[in-house]
Ligand binder design. Sequence first.
Ligand SMILES: [Mn+2]
Length: 255
Amino acid sequence: MPITNNNNKTLFISDLHIDSAKSPIMQSLLNLLEQRAQGADALYILGDLFEAWVGDDDINDAGDKVAAALHKLSLQGTRIFLMHGNRDFLLGENYAARCGGSLLQEPSIINCYGQSVLLLHGDSLCTRDTAYINYRKQVREPAWQQAFLARPLLERHMVAQQLRQQSMAENSHKASDIMDVTHQEVLNLLEDQNVNLMIHGHTHRPGIHTIRLQNPINDKLEAVRIVLGSWDQKAWVLEFSAEGYDLKHFPHPTH
Ligand SMILES: [Mn+2]
């Protein structure tokens, strides 16, 4: 069914955590790209598109399928932007190019229909999780990444699996609020970047939060933090247009 009223909107998604070419999440993404995203000005993927990414040289069905579908959308005029998450921070310019898109630095400020919007994955805001913040610092070092990418693929997969298991084991002992954003960190970033609106994912706590500010930003005492949802149970999409924004969710296909 053709979607008609799709002009002048931009879509934001994150945290799909795709780990197989045949998962309902993959089908859900393909449906989104073939339907709702048709005619969109831009699609921003704010990290953790994939459950794991050990290098652009790791050619696999899931990566191929996503790249082909995104590339097709890009050829129809939708700009594609990819940001790193904590799972797929090794995703490179090569893969972004295969998607017909480009990598977005974190954080980035974009102009969305006249509004300045700060984009980030969100893990950097979870500063109470000090063990994670230290790990993040290490794996974001160019030297660490070069050394990792130089290892054989099989080894890289093994290390990635170990890290995932370790992270799951550690997270099961952490209080859930530790893994949410630190409010002060959000305020600091909005002030530093001089914006009143931020969009991020990562925490798997979708919602739209109005924040009362103590110090005005752009003469306003309010800011908004939009949190995208994780796709583990359903698809989450933020639709942004000149008229406003709407955080929507859809069931995954069941077949
Ligand atoms: Mn994440």
